[in-house]
Design a protein around this ligand. Structure first.
Ligand code: NAD
Ligand code: TDX
Length: 335
């Protein structure tokens, strides 16, 4: 089986590629990645000789219709991770989000339609907007779309394209909407790796606003085992929500990181809030658990964070080249 993984040099995509190569010896992987600032060749180098034989990497843009057509024509399935993924960047300049997330998804959909290729679309819980802190509700597949940011609105638009291509053209697609991921290979612009690498550089963690915003954290490996289950056992045309009951406030995350790294829990600063900052996300993953029998493995967030700290400590060479540039961007906004 040959699987095309778009965005396979990014955080979740690279972890997915490693999982495929390690756990599924009958799978060949073709990564299609533009290598934007978020794509990193170093995320795909730690592979055995056998795994390297089953992996090919193509540098290219998912909006390039000819390139995409050629790659999709030889594939049994496409798993589409590639996207501009950072909310803060989408507030500075939305234009690459429109191109990669909307036009890129459209380009892939046309290719899988022509070649009748199985397609899985990776999306986010942010398409549903946010919930109040005291609301007992969680997102379900029936929740109405209500995105807040340029990033989440382009992801919402891309999901709707997929649904329309299923209904109008009968493509064989599934969609998953997952909550916030953490784990190895996450870009240091994102909250958890930014806080860990700040600590490693002697900088206090920085919480946007009051720090009480809640994210429903899931380890990246659990996200990816769910994607595999949906790709291989999911019903065509269906949407599955992926989450592992990990609701935690940003402040609590920083307190745990501080303790694990040997600092007082309350050693952090409050900085300028994000414009339009979503208050809370929460996923009800009942459909995924009951229909496909999926279960998360990393249910202890504290120990998942401990492993993640260890990974960033051991892999400074992977992240250090980007640290100054990332921090300069935040400093310009008082964050
Ligand atoms: P990331 O930013 O770490 O990686 C994105 C990858 O896509 C990079 O390798 C980049 O080079 C590539 N890319 C971007 N534009 C491209 C283009 N036009 N053509 C080809 N490649 C391109 O992102 P991530 O955090 O790994 O997220 C992957 C997917 O998962 C995204 O679709 C995102 O919306 C979704 N998602 C992320 C999270 C999360 O917590 N990070 C949660 C739910 C869903
Ligand atoms: O320095 C920071 N301080 C801070 O308080 C940063 C970078 C973030 N935050 C807050 C903002 C959010 O409430 O932490 C929370 C998490 O922020 P991000 O890591 O930027 O993630 P988020 O905006 O929640 O989006 C993530 O999860 C859903 C991914 O980046 C998306 O791609 C995914 O769709």
């Amino acid at each position: 089986m040959r699987i095309v993984v778009t965005g396979g040099a990014g955080f979740i995509g690279a972890n997915f590629v490693h999982m495929l190569l390690e756990d599924h010896s009958d799978v060949d992987v073709v990564v299609l990645d533009k290598f934007t600032y978020a794509g990193n060749r170093g995320s795909l180098t730690d592979v055995s000789e056998d795994e390297a034989r089953r992996l090919s990497v193509v540098e290219g843009d998912i909006v390039d219709a000819d390139l995409v057509d050629g790659i999709v024509s030889g594939a049994d399935a496409v798993v589409h991770f590639a996207a501009e993924s950072h909310n803060d960047n989408s507030l500075n300049d939305p234009s690459p989000f429109i191109q990669s997330n909307l036009v890129g998804t459209y380009t892939l959909l046309e290719a899988v339609r022509r070649h009748r290729t199985r397609y899985h679309h990776i999306s986010t819980d942010e398409v549903y907007g946010d919930l109040a802190l005291d609301d007992p509700a969680k997102f379900t597949p029936a929740t109405a779309y209500n995105p807040s940011s340029p990033y989440s609105s382009t992801k919402a638009g891309s999901d709707l394209l997929v649904r329309a291509w299923v209904r109008s053209f009968g493509i064989e697609a599934t969609i998953s909407n997952c909550s916030n991921n953490y784990g190895p290979y996450q870009h240091i612009e994102k909250f958890i790796p930014r806080m860990i690498t700040n600590r490693l550089r002697g900088v206090r963690p920085r919480l946007y606003g009051d720090g009480l915003n809640v994210r429903d954290w899931i380890h990246v490996h659990d996200h990816n085992t769910a994607v595999w289950d949906i790709l291989t056992k999911g019903r065509i045309g269906e949407t599955y929500l992926i989450g592992a009951d990990g609701e935690t406030s940003n402040r609590e995350v920083v307190e745990v990181l501080n303790e694990l790294m040997g600092y007082p829990a309350d050693d952090f600063d409050h900085v300028a809030d994000r414009a339009g900052h979503d208050r809370r996300y929460a996923i009800d993953a009942t459909k995924l658990r009951e229909e496909l029998g999926w279960k998360p493995r990393f249910t202890d967030f504290r120990s998942g964070l401990e492993h993640t700290i260890d990974w960033y400590e051991a892999n400074e060479r992977w992240w250090a080249p980007q640290k100054a540039e990332v921090e300069a961007k935040y400093a310009a906004k008082g964050q």
